[in-house]
Design a protein around this ligand. Structure first.
Ligand SMILES: [Ca+2]
Length: 318
């Protein structure tokens, strides 16, 4: 699991114009420090990489625009608010003038930040809406190596008819997402947790055909590949859902229709909508391929549940 664990440097600057880490840092500030009056906020720098933050522009008493420049061998991974919420992964950030600290995060050149933002019902009163915003820190080289792997069937073959073997609750990208979602769903009941997982995937993974994404008519993506692309088609998002839900302690299954695949989840005591009976558990259908919210149990009339095949994720293949 590759997450930011090392704080390379921690600097606090209030009202300063330029903040540089690294031996080659010697730019001149674009704005007179006297103009800032101490209202430019506090910038913290975090992560495994090095980099600099400058003030690109400043509106007196209004806002300030920061610009992040990664140092050699580093990448910029995003701006975070004091509570840890992701503000942006763009190098440029315009912020209200405030003394609340903003953290600029730099990673290694191999790290890339993938932003995930979605809404979900508040808990315990589900009539309200909360918003989650975070980034997963993924690896460019792991992604390239994964795509180049030739020992995985990427489509149905005789002894691997379904992509259940690609469900991987221990994958480092899956674990990052599960950790984020666990933080968001702390204290929620199991059905609400399952709903948040589903909303996250429906909202953040853009339905994209294998032809558009992988330039082939059929391509079974690993959950990490789908998270990296933040895109995928039906079996890719179903595999991702099963991986994340499994990492968060749920029993899951894939559901194969003629020309479609979805997922299913067992939630103790919860029934309703389209259900499938496994060897020992009952599963409720989840439509992971929809980009708009389709609740747990909802199945399009286009697909016949009577003709579907339930593939329970047992862990034997992982
Ligand atoms: Ca696919």
């Amino acid at each position: 699991m590759r997450v930011i664990t090392a704080v390379v440097s921690l600097l606090v600057v209030m009202g300063a114009l330029l903040l540089f880490i690294g031996p080659d840092a010697s730019p001149s500030p674009p704005i007179d420090p006297e103009d800032i009056d101490g209202y430019a906020g506090i910038i913290l720098i975090d992560g495994q990489g090095v980099g600099a933050v400058s003030i690109a522009s400043y509106e007196a008493d209004t806002s300030v625009t920061y610009f992040a420049v990664p140092g050699e061998g580093s990448s910029f991974l995003g701006w975070y608010a004091a509570g840890g919420a992701l503000l942006s992964v763009s190098a440029e950030l315009t912020a209200e003038l405030a003394h609340n600290p903003i953290t600029a995060t730099f990673g290694t050149a191999d790290q890339v930040a993938k932003p995930f933002t979605f809404n979900y019902p508040t808990y315990p009163d589900p009539s309200g809406t909360a918003s989650a915003s975070f980034a997963l820190v993924l690896s460019l080289s792991d992604y390239a190596e994964s795509l180049a792997t030739e020992d995985l069937p990427r489509r149905s073959v005789a002894d691997r008819p379904y992509p259940d073997y690609m469900v991987d609750p221990e994958d480092y990208a899956v674990l990052q997402l599960a950790e984020r979602l666990s933080g968001i769903t702390a204290g929620m009941g199991d059905l609400a947790v399952a709903d948040v997982i589903l909303r996250c995937i429906q909202s953040t993974i853009v339905y994209t055909t294998d032809g558009e994404l992988y330039e082939t008519d059929e391509f079974w993506a690993t959950p990490a590949e789908t998270l990296y692309a933040r895109a995928g088609d039906c079996e890719d998002t179903a595999v991702l859902f099963c991986s994340v839900a499994s990492a968060m302690g749920f029993d899951t299954a894939l559901v194969a229709f003629e020309g479609h695949m979805g997922a299913a989840i067992h939630v103790d005591g919860v029934t309703g909508g389209t259900e499938f009976l496994g060897a020992a558990l009952t599963y409720v259908y989840v439509e992971t391929a929809s980009d708009s919210y389709a609740p747990i149990g909802a199945l399009s009339e286009l697909f016949d549940p009577m003709g579907a095949i339930l593939i329970e994720i047992t862990g034997d293949d992982q």
